[in-house]
Design a protein around this ligand. Structure first.
Ligand code: 4NP
Length: 153
């Protein structure tokens, strides 16, 4: 399975999801390809925000090697699932889709925990105190992805 996580800058929320799910998939020997991207390109080429690196490190997950890149419409063809962090990301990604099959790949990330509720992951960029709760929320949703999509569940 090929999975793409998308947020705005690709330096806070989606690299956390990317790194946490990579870590869980590796622990279980799952042959998944996982990546993340931002709808915006301002941080392309950068490592994750140091607060995201720090909170992940606290839980034994290394995200420091990830590099930001911008989402492109080519991602629709390559990935099986595109999980976006909030409603704005959803709009921005859907706006670049060209087919119904493209659109079907896209969903709000937290809908894996709360189907069809369309709850967003809050952007922690302006608030240091949000990195911890965002980490916890992302980890819960990643566990649920493992539960729902790994063959050993
Ligand atoms: P992210 O957070 O979308 O979770 O990576 C942000 C990072 C950077 C900016 C906004 C959100 N920014 O405006 O530069």
């Amino acid at each position: 399975m090929r999975i793409l996580f998308v947020c705005l800058g690709n330096i806070c929320r989606s690299p956390l999801a990317d790194g946490i799910l990579r870590h869980m998939a590796a622990e279980r020997g799952l042959d998944w390809e996982i990546d993340s991207a931002g709808t915006g390109g301002w941080h392309a080429g950068e490592a994750p925000d140091k607060r995201a690196i720090a909170v992940a490190k606290k839980y034994g997950v290394d995200v420091s090697m990830l590099r930001a890149r911008q989402f492109t419409r080519n991602d629709f063809a390559y990935y099986d699932k595109i999980w976006v962090m909030d409603a704005q990301n959803y709009q921005d990604v859907i706006a670049q889709s060209t087919t119904a099959a493209d659109k079907e790949k896209v969903d709000l990330f937290l809908n894996v925990l709360h189907p069809q509720r369309n709850v967003g992951v809050q952007d922690p960029w302006y608030d240091d105190a949000l990195f911890e709760p965002v980490y916890q929320q992302v980890e819960e949703a990643c566990k649920e992805i493992i539960r729902q999509f790994s063959e050993s569940n």
